[in-house]
Ligand binder design. Structure first.
Ligand SMILES: NC(=O)c1ccc[n+]([C@@H]2O[C@H](COP(=O)([O-])OP(=O)(O)OC[C@H]3O[C@@H](n4cnc5c(N)ncnc54)[C@H](OP(=O)(O)O)[C@@H]3O)[C@@H](O)[C@H]2O)c1
Length: 318
């Protein structure tokens, strides 16, 4: 198997080094911004030596992972003299292969290996990594190497075109980071009736797990439940009234997400188009009132709510 090296001994680098070594990949070298991080990774992976110099890693390994933060990848690539025939791979979700251009021009094969996973710390990262989906970019033999590597981590892979990388990463942010934001908004509302964040989080966790379960086992769109799935206008109206009075900042997001939820409800087939139109008017009307807009027509630039309204009306009228 290829000898692996790591430049950047943080969360992702350490998790990949530990798990790939367990699967039989020899991890031979690591360097980082600080020697202490490199030493820590080397201590967790038998046979791995830590170096002060990134060049030593490039000289020792056949495949080098650049697992620094995204912004410094080009700087690291520029600082090292790459060897013809070796492979250089980054793990960024948003960057494509252009940031590795200099390594390519020196004869290296270049690739991207992005774990579609959330790593909140080294221990969690090592736990979460197996079974992840990996977004791959590479050409020729390196692509096959990376597919095999994803498989060895019990993972799945998807090969992305450079033009699709940013949207792929935006989707990851919506599904992962914004889920955290939604939980924060929900716990803030619990805070308004006196329940502390930690307690509110515990109370919401079974609901969150149940939702993930339904997404996994029932799937979209049938996994949608709640007032928009049922067409309960009165309940949505009460939510809006309470939110506008007591949590206006959250009300705006509630309306936006409500509007995005109507098409799911329609595809589920539990509400008629007329009910969807009423829901839309209710959610968009409050928005107009709150933002002092007299007329929503022609206001596409204000956000998806207005655009959604036009789309719904268009379909309804035809
Ligand atoms: N965290 C996630 O959930 C996640 C998920 C998927 C992909 N990724 C990707 O994985 C990569 C690493 O992210 P991370 O979250 O693991 O970051 P991280 O924990 O902050 O680790 C980054 C490491 O890069 C090192 N570094 C910074 N500047 C450097 C330089 N100039 N030269 C050498 N090393 C340098 C730091 O070294 P010191 O410790 O020595 O200061 C640090 O250990 C990124 O491309 C990110 O997009 C992250």
């Amino acid at each position: 198997m290829l000898k692996l090296g790591f430049i950047g001994a943080g969360t992702t680098g350490t998790a990949l080094a530990v798990r790939l070594q367990e699967k039989g990949y020899p991890v031979v070298a690591v360097a980082s911004r600080t020697r202490s991080s490199a030493d820590k990774l080397a201590a967790a992976v038998s046979g791995c030596r830590s170096y002060d110099s990134k060049q030593e890693v490039a000289n020792s390994a056949e495949l080098v992972f650049v697992t620094t933060t995204d912004d410094v990848i080009p700087q690291v690539i520029a600082e090292v003299r790459w060897n013809a025939g070796q492979s250089v791979v980054h793990c960024s979700g948003a960057d494509s292969l252009d940031v590795l251009e200099k390594a390519k021009s020196e004869g290296a094969q270049v690739g991207a290996f992005h774990p579609l996973q959330t790593f909140a710390g080294v221990t969690h990262a090592i736990d979460n990594l197996p079974g992840s989906t990996f977004a791959l970019e590479a050409e020729g033999p390196l692509l096959e190497v990376l597919k095999k590597m994803a498989g060895s981590l019990d993972g799945h892979w998807v090969v992305l075109a450079p033009g699709d990388k940013v949207l792929y990463h935006a989707a990851a942010v919506i599904a992962c980071n914004y889920m955290v934001t939604l939980v924060k908004m929900a716990t803030d509302l619990w805070g308004s009736f006196g329940v502390p964040t930690a307690e509110a989080t515990q109370a919401l966790l079974p609901l969150l797990r149940g939702t993930i379960n339904n997404i996994e086992n029932v799937g979209l769109p049938d996994c949608l439940t709640g007032p928009i799935a049922r067409g309960d206008l009165g309940t949505i109206g009460k939510h809006l009234e309470a939110l506008e009075k007591r949590a206006p900042a959250i009300a705006a997001t509630y309306r936006d997400l409500g509007i995005q939820t109507i098409p799911i409800s329609l595809s589920k087939g539990k509400i008629a188009r007329e009910k969807a139109e009423e829901l839309h008017q209710l959610l968009a009307k409050s928005w107009r009132r709150n933002t002092n807009e007299d007329d929503a027509e022609g206001q596409d630039s204000r956000g998806s709510g207005y655009r959604g309204q036009h789309r719904l009306r268009g379909k309804h009228n035809h």
